[in-house]
Each structure stands twice: as C-alpha cells, then as structure tokens.
Design a protein around this ligand. Sequence first.
Ligand code: FES
Length: 57
Amino acid sequence: MDLICLCKGVEKDVIVKAVKEGADTFEKVQEATGAGTGFCNAGRCRKKIEALIEENK
Ligand code: FES
C-alpha cells in the first residue's frame, strides 16, 4: 500500500481510480477522496496528487 495523503490516510490506488473516473483537478480529487483536506492543508501531498492527476487523467 502506497499512502499519498498521510493526514487522511488516502492510498495511491484510491486517487488513481478517482482521476480515471473524472477527477482531473486537485479540487476534484479532494472532493472525491478527501485527500488533500487534512491538517497539513495539503502541504505534504499536493504535489504528489497533482503528479498522479497528470499521469492518469
Ligand atoms: S498529507 Fe494530505 S492533507 Fe496532509
């Protein structure tokens, strides 16, 4: 298992699936998965999430 968002415990697979289902922006991934909505205010995960969007959209 590959945790992308530590605050919310969201795994890579969950984010990739959301992107493939149409979450093609950081905000949409936040909405769909909760990733990027934790106490660090996405400071730890935003870049990783954006890279996954680019790779999988
Ligand atoms: S690691 Fe994702 S919001 Fe903190």
